[in-house]
Design a protein. Structure first.
Length: 395
């Protein structure tokens, strides 16, 4: 699934922010996304292919992905307090509220509620139910009543490394975390595989607006850890997970919360430095080549669809027509580049929009890239090649 040749997060704009496309249309449009590598030659995490897998399940079983997972997995495991819909985040009762850091302040954010892409991160669960799932995993598919959800041989196939993945360096300047650098790393069928303190660790993370989670297992110790959070902090779930793993391994833990916070602060400073450098290098005196009205019109990308630029007053506004939340003001940056500042500030995904001109001064295409390294990879603006739709000027 993650060796298709698509790049990291390719096609995510078809569903995130919530789009008006249905699953079948998203699956149909994937064919138009340019490949980053050849088939099965490299690993790149991709969400939209989980949606495709959900379509395959529906075609093979005659059930929707939601009904299949609910009846064939959750019910058999006994996960009675779990759901298979993103929209469950808004239901009344014992449901965690979503929070994230917006403009340096942690605050409530609106949860992602589109059920369009439930096959990708759609399971809503809690501590008791995820513990039941971990027990099934660690017991090679056996559920509480002694029956099997899957066979031991299937467990081996699920856990076996399929694709090697790069081994990153430990955080510079934090020698206390040198033990986090593995000597091997790869991706199995839905789980990352690496070594940790002499054991094989299988793990995965998940995330939606306001939620981040991590599941980690060391089968040789019959040890499983799940950390479910309602605030977007990978440092938090890592600090907790590694502390628990160390305890059961019998290793002395460093002060993970302090060390991970140190890394967070350092990364934040690097991002701000890069943003300040970009602002300092901007030539604010270099105005646009064309009158603003000439930039207005509809632009079309083969896989995403239409983006509309309109002149409103003394400025330009950009609208992704299939993504209602992606509405932003185009603030002139320099030359023919504008900064797309999204009106929904919780998106945290401002981007540079650059108009490419032909020799005669007409617009050849519009290219968009994230304006900061802090922008989530699911905003895959850089994969868009937006070309003007003839006779589409909008005033």
């Amino acid at each position: 699934m993650h060796r298709s040749g698509l790049g990291l997060g390719a096609g995510d704009l078809l569903w995130w922010p919530p789009s008006t496309y249905n699953r079948k249309e998203i699956a149909r449009r994937i064919r138009y996304i340019p490949l980053a590598t050849s088939f099965r030659s490299a690993y790149a995490y991709d969400n939209v292919l989980y949606l495709v897998a959900g379509e395959v399940i529906e075609a093979a079983s005659g059930q929707s992905w939601e009904d299949f997972v609910r009846s064939r997995i959750l019910r058999k495991v006994g996960m009675s307090d779990s759901d298979v819909r993103h929209s469950a985040a808004t239901e009344q009762g014992n449901v965690a509220g979503t929070h994230a850091e917006v403009n340096d302040t942690v605050r409530p954010v609106v949860p992602f509620t589109s059920d369009n892409t439930n096959p990708a991160a759609g399971v809503m669960t809690g501590a008791a139910d995820i513990a039941k799932w971990l027990l099934v995993q660690l017991d090679s598919g056996k559920v509480a009543d002694g029956s099997r959800l899957f066979s031991p041989n299937s467990a081996k196939q699920l856990w076996r490394e399929v694709t090697p993945t790069p081994i990153g360096d430990p955080p510079q300047g934090v020698p206390e975390l040198a033990h986090l650098r593995p000597t091997m790393a790869g991706y199995a069928l839905g789980l990352g595989v690496r070594d940790y303190r002499g054991y094989i660790l299988r793990q995965h993370t998940g995330g939606l607006p306001g939620y981040l989670s991590k599941v980690a297992m060391i089968p040789d110790l019959r040890l499983g850890v799940a950390v479910l959070t309602n605030q977007e902090s990978g440092a938090a779930y890592d600090a907790i997970a590694y502390r628990v793993l160390d305890y059961y391994i019998g290793a002395k833990s460093p002060d993970y919360p302090a060390l991970f916070q140190q890394i967070v602060q350092r990364n934040r400073a690097k991002i701000r430095e890069a943003e300040q450098k970009a602002a300092a290098s901007r030539d604010s005196t270099a105005g646009p080549s064309l009158p603003l009205s000439k930039y207005a019109g509809t632009y079309r990308d083969p896989w995403y669809g239409d983006v509309r630029i309109t002149q409103e007053g003394d400025g330009l506004v950009v609208r992704f027509l299939r993504s209602p939340l992606l509405v932003g003001d185009l603030l002139h940056w320099q030359h023919d580049t504008f900064l797309a500042r999204w009106r929904d500030r919780t998106l945290r995904a401002d981007a540079y929009a650059t108009f490419w001109l032909n020799a005669d001064g007409t617009i050849s295409q519009l290219r968009i890239v994230p304006a900061s390294a802090s922008v989530d990879f699911s905003f895959d603006f850089q994969d868009l090649v937006l070309k003007p739709v003839k006779d589409s000027v909008v005033h």
